[in-house]
Design a protein around this ligand. Sequence first.
Ligand SMILES: C[S@@+](CC[C@H](N)C(=O)[O-])C[C@H]1O[C@@H](n2cnc3c(N)ncnc32)[C@H](O)[C@@H]1O
Length: 253
Amino acid sequence: MKRCHWLSLFVVLLSGLISSPVFAAEPEADESGLYEMKQEHDPNGIGKFYMGREIARVMGHQGALWLERPEREEEENLSLLVKLLDLKPGMVVADIGAGSGVLTLRMAPQVAPGGKVVAVDIQREMLLRLQNRMGEAEITNVDLHLGAPKSPELKPESVDLILMVDVYHEFEFPHAMVENMAAALKPNGRIALVEYRLEDPKVPIKLVHKMTEEQAIKEMTRPEFGLEHTRTIDDLPRQHLLIFTRKKTTDDE
Ligand SMILES: C[S@@+](CC[C@H](N)C(=O)[O-])C[C@H]1O[C@@H](n2cnc3c(N)ncnc32)[C@H](O)[C@@H]1O
């Protein structure tokens, strides 16, 4: 094989390693005025922009094995991530965009007894896969919940912690999602947002799947959400862990 063929084979293999299967669905029309559509855009994005950021394509359920790859523990230090969430028995945690449940399955034992994880995803196939994995791991304190692109459809003031790992950047309607997630938080509830660091060019992930800390804070703290940024933890190898807390209202006192 000629040298350039080897080179292109290497590039294809490499892009397979750092990418994952995606949905090719067209973005839904939206008249809220919050979003801008552009013809010229990143091929891994959907051409829809929110607060200057292009929204990424949703990762398809065919990519579940990639999410479950053993190297993820070292690449993302998932054990440390779960420790940093400060989980306690009795807590109700919502894992939004749970996928096949890599984080859900690690968190569920930490909130037992008395607590549970509500695993939310918009792909039924992901939840079915998670259901099988729960059976294998003999985990029973997980509720499976099919969400909608604009809302996880959780009850108001029902969760202590919302976790989003590698998902926020692919929400087709981030504004509606955050508004609805904020409403689902209990008065002292927190949102933990985990996104690959765009500031670090060495993090081998496609650009639209990464976010800067500044952009994430800008999007999450719009006044209408009633959320404040309370902490940034940069102890993970590749991702920011940002904590947002529900602001106190007069009703909370
Ligand atoms: C890259 S996967 C991450 C899965 C999981 N958090 C993990 O780290 O293993 C993103 C998941 O978010 C889901 N997703 C995308 N938009 C969503 C939405 N609006 N509500 C709930 N899930 C969503 C996708 O279906 C996909 O399963």
